[in-house]
Design a protein around this ligand. Structure first.
Ligand code: FAD
Ligand code: FES
Ligand code: FES
Length: 1379
């Protein structure tokens, strides 16, 4: 057949895409949407009913946009369900397929079992991640139904959820909900209607234990048919959650639309001449396109390209979608006559992984090496959503220096088969393919058709192994990646060796000299030593290497080889005396990865009343799980609405010379340019969290990279962002200060803040009188909030009197109202700020959200049109601030027994360019420097550094964790110095009941000693500590660490006036109750707890109580939802309102009887003209601490939430990887208002603390002061497989709280457990001490978090780390700045 010409193709082309969306056919003209639209843009543009699919990052790293694409596999014709990132997928990719979104899975009225279980088992807090997680699980369950079974390993170990992030839950409840599906399916989907029973046991739901375990503490398992639910028990108030869960019926699912089976894909062409999409269906068509447009951009999975378009603003004139070309999708396993493994260039990686798994089990060891190496890399390549669409061809063509697979191709000697218009087939060896940074030998007009991997056909033993080290094991780009191949003759000599590295050079690095040295050698210690020597010279990096981490990267390169060497030695039957011990071999040859997770809550509600104290699921959890919950950007478009895109500074500190928006304003669809000139007056530009020290729009100077200068307003988001890039700003650079050290050196501190706490003798005198004195420096990095919903606002001007409705994702509607009023020049009474729910906040949306709201309001005022902004993830990270990086320089005095005598701390935090509420953070930090320990004499001093970075702000814990970390550092230092057991040092220094903190507050209801002792017992801490010691003696390359750490967190806002709450409660005539209060729901279950309080007090079922939103028109002058105090403040205010209503209803209760319904009472009261609406107010009593005053002035906190946890970790000392083996948390939350929510807060806070102390690292670029970690690709949150393998949480019960005057004796819980997450780093330090001891080093001085894999590896100090250390030469600086 003649090859078609491009003109032939054009003549048959259609621009009509046909696909299904949630069971409905869609016929879409490709010319009707912006060619740069993604599938996510398309879905969300469908409006109400289609906003469940979320934008969390736009770079394939969070999974919030996950949809399921149902299609027939082109090769097998089987129906498959692929979880896909809609934010990366081009619309054209779904032609002929069925797209299922969360709304297609179920609805609030008829939820899918996955949705119901995730909700009821508390797997959804803020809910922004939930639809994406539902969709990943949906794909899992549907594929399992076709397969016929689902195991816990399928759920947890095969990466089903590795492309999804959740910032709230700590993942455990999600995994538990997923594991309820584990089991054998009664039959395949297309047999009759299999019903899958709920697997309580797999889901850690206690059922099995409950029904066989007589332990009195186990009160039930939560099952509706639990054996303990006797009739009497059933009638009594329930002591534990009892949920009826729908069984799963595979036969009720959405089917693959029959009409799509008949769909035959045709040549598609749409878009304009300046931006065109083509979709060929055959290789011949593709080559015809290439003949016409040699530079046409091929699009496979689009996982690389869409990042270039979105983040690097790449523009392509002609894009060609190639993933529907069957020739590029094939798989050719080796045969008896062909010893190669071949596959199509655009075969999705997930399919390749499955094929590799199968082949490895079929082929013998002689041939399976390369395939196993491919499989190894694929398992940890991106997240599943990416693997489901991304291709090897795309990866090879990208030629990334940190590709996971390219070293495999080089080491295995693979080739690509390419084709171009004038050369139908030609081979290119991959060993010479990568020529320079992102450059290859592939001709410009060529396409990769297939990849050919040669398999061993010699008699020599071939061993191949691939390695990858990243910051996080799942879904992370490599730091260093490698693949090694060696062939060994029967005589034990190396006949062939290839050592290929990624991450060590601008392109794949082949260690040629080491290969040459090794060829012909046999295996001996000397050969290894010499090889490492040569390799050391080949993998050397300059200290200032792009990407940083020079020492770590070199050490990894050596360590991987060291591992490989031993792997080979163990596989070629070397004499045992030439081999390390079996244990060492085992440690060298395996990677650390969490195994199946388990764990329990003490599943009973000891303080349950009718409504409060019960494990009620989150009230909007079902809406969240079905995608029906409305966040700001889900609000329907308001007529005439426009979109705002910020123009942000590209300098960290500079004078603005000029700003020119002319080009942008000329673009079609652009409505306006908004800047400081649009403010009512100069003063209106000034705002701030606690001082007027920053501007909404930069005027003549920018003080941080990313600072908003102005905003383009346009018809659509895509257009506004394009136009914003066309605004030209000229700068003149000024010197910048980035780090705490630079600020200290230049005395750059925020002038309004200088705080101290002193007690006892002058500190120098006290230290001099101490038996011993030690000094140290504790450093903790910042932390990005990474709430899944970025900041969003919709401002609707009412066009009268300056009135505006502001719908903001803010933790503080009152602040949004205040700053919008200032920026638009009207009294606050004309601005109504609303917040219905937030997709997470964690402090990040407390003050900083006002900035975005005010800018949008200025634009709305100017254009007289509704303005919407939802920041992209990168913008959000650039402008909204983080947890404060901090540094504490301390001196501690202590007795020879280890008792604390004196503590002097100079505490510095990096506040960034403005003070915001850094003063509060500094205050809290120095008020937590004691953690749980009594110190007679103290002198603490706190300053906030003024730097040219984004303004740092509140983050869960608000300085508390930073302070407590210092405490655990000096405790560790004392124990080390005196050679005492650290637990003993902790124990003898613990506060006793009614002892006073440095700020003179009595520590009352002091349960930490009991929590520690309970935790010690239930976690079997002593036995496990001994086991850890044994383990560490026996293991050289793996080390374990275990710690038992207490925490005490002071509850109250630092500013006395902020300790108030207010509420408004209406009773309607049908007996339903509307509750409004000052608190914002951001996932923490505040609305649920508050409704429980109202229901309890008004004696109605919880279902009768409702909260619609938080608005400044219902409850004015509210404080931000923060400081873990919102249920204390608003809960009590609601209670007070209900007390007032009850007072008014009392006569009717007496008249109508105790059983009268609220509707009847309301009707009777109405007849008597009694108001059924009441406000309530609450002010926290007994507060009055005065700062910088050594006298006893009053309490700083209302009470302390307390806790303890035992944490055990394991570390791979050759890579720096770690896993958390077990965590047992005991918390004192008083009488919990809702234990289900409190467990969730504890697990979620712990996980955030774990991230803070280990993998979460913000980095700045030295070259321009910009933040580098602007998305999930570079900034790693803990993922599903990072959580503890065993995770037990217990709430203190059978205790007394005589001094606790809070609502129903409950305690705030949002922030207090966060510090316990830092126990992971403390446990790693314990492990590291053993590693260093083995290396002959006894001290571990540097106390700096996060303890990343880099810091862990380099701290091990072994001979490889020493060999790998890269010294800094004159004039060299680290590529990154740690601020
Ligand atoms: C969140 C995320 C995580 C990631 N994680 C990893 C990771 O862990 N390891 C890793 O190595 N990479 C990772 N990547 C990078 C990316 O996923 C891979 O490079 C992927 O293999 C690209 O394949 P694709 O089909 O999506 O390519 P596309 O984005 O479609 O295309 C990439 C390039 O390949 C070209 N191309 C595509 N097909 C052909 C062909 N047949 N012939 C010639 N050129 C072609 C395109 O023109 C383009 O230049 C990640 C990306 C994201 C977004
Ligand atoms: S929004 Fe698509 S992965 Fe984050
Ligand atoms: S519930 Fe997962 S991010 Fe909030």
């Amino acid at each position: 057949m003649m090859s078609p010409t491009f003109q032939d193709l054009e003549s048959q082309a259609t621009s009509t895409l046909r696909f299904f969306l949630n069971g409905s056919p869609i016929v879409l003209d490709g010319n009707s949407f912006d060619p740069d639209s993604t599938l996510l843009d398309f879905i969300r543009s469908q409006g109400q009913g289609f906003t469940g699919t979320k934008l969390g990052c736009g770079e394939g790293g969070c999974g919030a946009c996950t949809v399921v694409v149902q299609s027939r596999n082109p090769a097998t014709q089987q129906i498959q369900h692929l979880a896909v990132n809609a934010c990366l997928a081009p619309v054209v990719s779904v032609d002929g397929k069925h797209v299922i979104t969360v709304e297609g899975v179920g609805s609030p009225e008829n939820p899918h079992p996955i949705q119901e279980r995730l909700w009821k088992l508390s797997g959804s807090q803020c809910g922004f991640c939930t639809p994406g997680i539902i969709m990943s699980l949906y794909a899992m369950v549907r594929n399992a139904a076709y397969r016929g079974s689902l195991s816990t390993a399928d759920v947890e170990l095969d990466g089903i959820l590795d492309g999804n992030l959740c910032r709230c839950t700590g993942y455990k409840p999600i995994l538990d909900a997923a594991k309820t599906f584990v089991g054998e399916y009664a039959g395949k989907l297309d047999s009759s209607d299999p019903v899958v029973p709920i697997n309580f046991e797999a889901a850690n739901l206690d059922h099995a234990d409950c029904c066989s375990n007589p332990a009195p503490s186990v009160q039930g398992c939560g099952r509706a048919d639990c054996c303990r639910l006797t009739k009497e028990v059933d009638d009594a108030p329930a002591k534990f959650p009892r949920f009826k869960l729908k069984p799963y019926q595979a036969g009720t699912e959405l089917i693959f639309p029959p009409s799509l089976t008949k769909h035959s894909p045709s040549f598609l062409k749409f878009g304009s001449t300046s931006r065109q999409w083509l979709r060929p269906t055959t290789l011949a068509q593709l080559l015809a396109i290439k003949a016409q447009y040699p530079d046409a951009k091929l699009v496979g999975g689009s996982t690389e390209i869409q990042i270039e378009v979105k983040i690097k603003a790449a523009a392509y004139r002609v894009s060609v979608f190639v993933s529907d070309i069957t020739e590029l999708h094939g798989l050719w396993p080796p045969t008896s006559t062909r010893s190669t493994f071949e596959f199509g260039a655009n075969l999705p990686l997930a399919e390749l992984e499955v094929a590799c798994k199968k082949l490895v089990s079929e082929l013998g060891v002689q041939q399976s090496g390369p395939i196993e190496a491919i499989r190894t890399q694929l398992r940890y390549f991106a997240g599943l959503q990416i693997r489901n669409v991304a291709s090897v061809g795309g990866n090879i063509a990208t030629a990334s220096p940190i590709s996971d697979l390219n070293p495999v191709w080089v080491a295995t000697g693979a080739k690509v088969l390419a084709a171009s218009p004038d050369r139908p087939e030609f081979e290119l060896p991959l060993t010479d393919f990568f020529t320079a940074y992102r450059k290859t030998t592939l001709p410009r007009d060529a396409v990769i058709v297939k990849i050919i991997v040669p398999l061993n056909d010699t008699a020599h033993r071939e061993i191949v192994q691939a390695y990858k080290q990243a910051k996080r094991r799942d879904d992370d780009i490599a730091i260093v990646t490698a693949c090694f191949l060696v062939r060994v003759t029967p005589e034990g000599k190396i006949s062939l060796v290839r050592l290929a590295y990624g991450g060590m050079a601008p392109t794949v690095l082949s260690a040629k000299k080491t290969e040459a040295y090794l060829t012909g050698k046999s295996f001996s210690a000397k050969t290894l030593e010499n090889a490492l020597e040569v390799l050391g010279t080949e993998t050397d990096l300059p200290f200032n290497v792009p990407g940083g981490m020079a020492s770590y990267r070199k050490t990894l390169a050596l360590s991987f080889f060291f591992k490989f060497w031993h792997k080979v030695c163990s596989e070629i039957n070397l004499s045992p005396d030439l081999l390390p011990s079996k244990t060492d071999l085992q440690d060298l040859n395996t990677i650390i990865h969490r195994q199946l997770s388990t764990g329990r809550h003490d599943n009973s509600d000891p303080y349950a009343q009718e409504v409060i104290g019960r494990q009620e699921p989150h009230l909007s959890g079902l809406l969240q799980a079905t995608g029906a919950a409305v966040y700001v950007d889900d609000m329907p478009k308001v007529g005439n609405e426009v979109y705002g895109a910020l123009v942000m500074s590209s300098r960290a500190h500079a004078k603005i010379i000029s700003v020119d928006a002319t080009k942008a304003l000329e673009m079609e669809g652009v409505v306006s340019w908004v800047s400081h000139l649009d403010l009512p007056n100069e003063r209106a530009n000034w705002w701030g969290g606690s001082a007027l020290d920053e501007v909404f729009f930069a005027v003549d100077e920018v003080v941080y990279h990313g600072q908003p200068i102005g905003m383009i307003v346009a018809q659509t988001k895509i257009l506004a962002q394009k136009a914003a890039r066309a605004v030209v700003v000229q700068y003149e650079d000024l010197p910048r200060i980035m780090t705490i050290e630079e600020a200290m050196e230049q005395k750059s501190f925020h002038p309004s803040y200088d705080r101290w706490i002193k007690r006892g003798r002058p500190i120098d005198e006290s230290l001099a009188a101490s038996d011993h004195v030690l000094e140290g420096t504790t450093r903790m990095g910042g932390q990005e909030h990474f709430y899944l919903e970025t900041m969003a606002v919709l401002v609707v001007p009412k066009l009268e009197n300056g009135e505006m409705d502001v719908y903001s994702s803010t933790q503080s509607p009152t602040d949004a109202q205040r700053w919008v009023a200032v920026a638009t020049g009207v009294p606050r009474s004309r601005i109504v700020a609303h917040a219905k729910r937030l997709g997470g906040g964690f402090g990040g949306k407390e003050t900083r959200s006002s900035h975005v709201a005010a800018i949008a309001a200025v634009a709305a005022k100017k254009t007289r049109r509704p303005v919407r902004i939802m920041l992209d993830r990168q913008e959000d990270i650039m402008i909204t601030g983080q947890r404060h990086p901090c540094r504490a320089d301390w001196r501690v005095g202590f007795s020879s027994e280890g008792k604390l005598q004196a503590l002097n701390v100079d505490f510095y935090c990096n506040g960034g360019h403005s003070i915001d509420i850094s003063n509060g953070v500094g205050d809290r930090a120095i008020s937590h420097l004691d953690n749980c320990y009594f110190i007679p004499d103290v002198d603490f001093h706190s300053l906030v550094c003024k730097t040219n970075t984004v303004s740092n702000t509140a983050f869960r814990g608000f300085g508390g964790p930073q302070g407590m970390l210092v405490a655990e550092h000096y405790i560790e230092a004392i124990a080390d110095k005196l050679n005492l057991d650290i637990d003993h040092v902790r124990q003898i220094n613990l506060y006793k009941e009614a002892e006073k903190t440095p700020y003179h507050q009595k520590v009352l209801d002091w349960h930490v000693p009991r929590l520690l002792s309970d935790c010690r017992k239930t976690s079997e801490y002593e036995e496990r500590r001994a086991a850890v010691d044994r383990f560490n003696k026996e293991h050289k390359w793996r080390k374990r660490g275990i710690v038992l750490v207490p925490t005490k967190f002071g509850l109250a806002f630092g500013v006395k006036a902020m300790n108030q709450g207010a509420a408004l409660v209406h009773i309607y005539m049908d007996g339903s109750v509307l509750v409004a209060h000052g608190g914002v729901e951001m996932g923490q279950g505040l609305y649920t707890k508050c409704c429980q309080i109202a229901a309890q007090e008004l004696r109605v079922p919880l279902t009768d109580v409702f909260t619609s939103e938080t608005g400044t028109n219902t409850v004015p002058n509210t404080v931000p939802t923060a400081a873990s105090a919102s249920s204390d403040l608003n809960g009590y205010a609601i209670y007070n309102a209900c007390v007032e209503l009850n007072k008014r209803l009392k006569p009717y209760r007496q008249q109508l009887g105790a059983d009268a319904t609220l509707a009847a009472l309301a009707a009777a009261a109405f007849q008597d003209r009694v108001s059924l609406s009441a406000t309530g107010h609450y002010a926290t009593p007994d507060l009055g601490y005065e700062w910088n005053n050594q006298n006893e002035t009053g309490n700083l906190f209302h009470y302390f939430t307390q806790g303890a946890c035992a944490t055990e970790v394991e570390v791979d000392t050759l890579t720096g990887d770690h896993t958390v083996l077990r965590v047992d948390i005991h918390m004192d939350v008083g009488k919990s208002l809702n234990p289900a929510i409190d467990y969730g807060q504890i697990e979620g806070a712990f996980t955030q603390g774990q991230g803070l102390s280990t993998i979460e690292e913000s980095l700045w670029l030295r070259q321009n002061g910009a933040i580098f970690t602007t998305g999930p690709g570079a900034y790693k949150l803990p993922g599903f497989s990072d959580i503890p393998q065993v995770f037990n949480v217990s709430l203190l019960r059978d205790a007394e709280w005589p001094n606790l005057g809070t609502i129903k004796a409950s305690k705030g819980i949002g922030e207090p457990p966060l510090f316990l997450g830092c126990s992971v780093a403390l446990a790693i330090r314990h492990a590291l001490k053993s590693a260093r001891k083995d290396a002959g080093m006894n001290e571990l001085q540097d106390f700096r978090l996060p303890l990343t894999s880099e810091r862990i590896r380099m701290a091990c100090g072994d001979f490889l780390a020493q060999k790998g250390r890269v010294e800094k030469k004159e004039g060299q600086e680290d590529f990154f700045v740690h601020i």
